[in-house]
Design a protein around this ligand. Structure first.
Ligand SMILES: C[S@@+](CC[C@H](N)C(=O)[O-])C[C@H]1O[C@@H](n2cnc3c(N)ncnc32)[C@H](O)[C@@H]1O
Length: 260
């Protein structure tokens, strides 16, 4: 009789049962942990969304304050529009569109603009302020819906990506460059930023908000270099700056002498 006690097979069977039980236990354990992390991520995200929803109503007043993190806000947005070097008809994607202040500039320049954001209240403001923009409600770090499955001439963003730490920023940039950026496209980002980590410290920005990750130009350039992206940087205000990011290969191609 197979698997009877004392049978050679029986010890295989016992081992298999033991391994199977252990495997299931481990899987259930991991499943529980994974489920817990998943729930925590969702809860954190829901609270971030709620925070931006609440902010939407008084957002315009915040950005017009001449001091604090928004110092030079209008200048930063204007520099993004300038550095993007757009022309009429270009497809532009605005990440974290908020109430539409940056998108409005690209609409005025004759571009076809798409805006994404995870806050329904911010999107409602954007819809009222810049009705020409196609809006999509999605978390930047989630899987994007099919309607965004296209290539944009420019991908722009202001005052959003300091939400993410440097590895998350860089992996988003790589994803954008690989899947959403058209040939000869560029990513232009304006945000709270400093030339170096030392400058960030000297400004006291390391104590402003423990959940935010302000950019440093030197760190960003080095991290981008490592993944085949080229980043150039312009400091615009005491704590605001603009990055232009392009695939390194694209820049090298432009510099090569024309072949015959
Ligand atoms: C400080 S506001 C900036 C809005 C606008 N870009 C501007 O310059 O005025 C940040 C915006 O990014 C959105 N946001 C933050 N994290 C996001 C995420 N993970 N996915 C999508 N939108 C996000 C917020 O809802 C908010 O509208």
């Amino acid at each position: 009789m197979p698997f009877a006690s004392g049978d050679a097979h029986s010890s295989d069977f016992a081992t298999a049962v033991a391994l199977g039980t252990a495997f299931l236990a481990v899987r259930r354990g991991y499943g529980r942990i994974a489920g817990q992390i998943d729930r925590e991520v969702r809860v954190t995200n829901q609270s971030r969304i709620a925070l931006f929803d609440r902010w939407a109503e008084r957002y315009e007043r915040s950005v017009q304050s001449a001091s604090g993190v928004f110092e030079g806000y209008d200048l930063v947005l204007s520099q993004v529009a300038l550095s993007a070097r757009v022309h009429r008809g270009m497809q532009v994607l605005d990440l974290g569109i908020g109430t539409g202040n940056l998108a409005r500039r690209f609409v005025a320049l004759g571009c076809e603009v798409w805006g994404i954001d995870f806050s329904p209240a911010m999107l409602a403001r954007a819809r009222a302020n810049v009705p020409q923009v196609k809006l999509v409600e999605v978390d930047l770090l989630d899987v994007w819906p099919d309607e965004l499955d296209r290539q944009f001439d420019r991908i722009v963003s202001t005052y959003v990506l300091h939400e993410f730490d440097l590895p998350a920023k860089v992996s988003l940039l790589v994803r954008l460059a690989d899947h959403y950026l058209a040939d000869q496209g560029r990513i232009v980002i304006g945000d709270i930023a400093f030339p170096t980590a030392q400058a960030l410290k000297e400004a006291g920005a390391d104590h402003w908000d423990k959940d935010e990750h302000y950019w440093t130009a030197d760190g960003t350039r080095a991290a981008c270099d490592r993944v085949g992206l080229h980043a150039s940087y312009t400091q615009v205000s005491s704590c605001g700056g603009v990055f232009v990011i392009e695939p390194e290969i694209q820049i090298r191609g432009r510099q090569e002498p024309p072949g015959d």
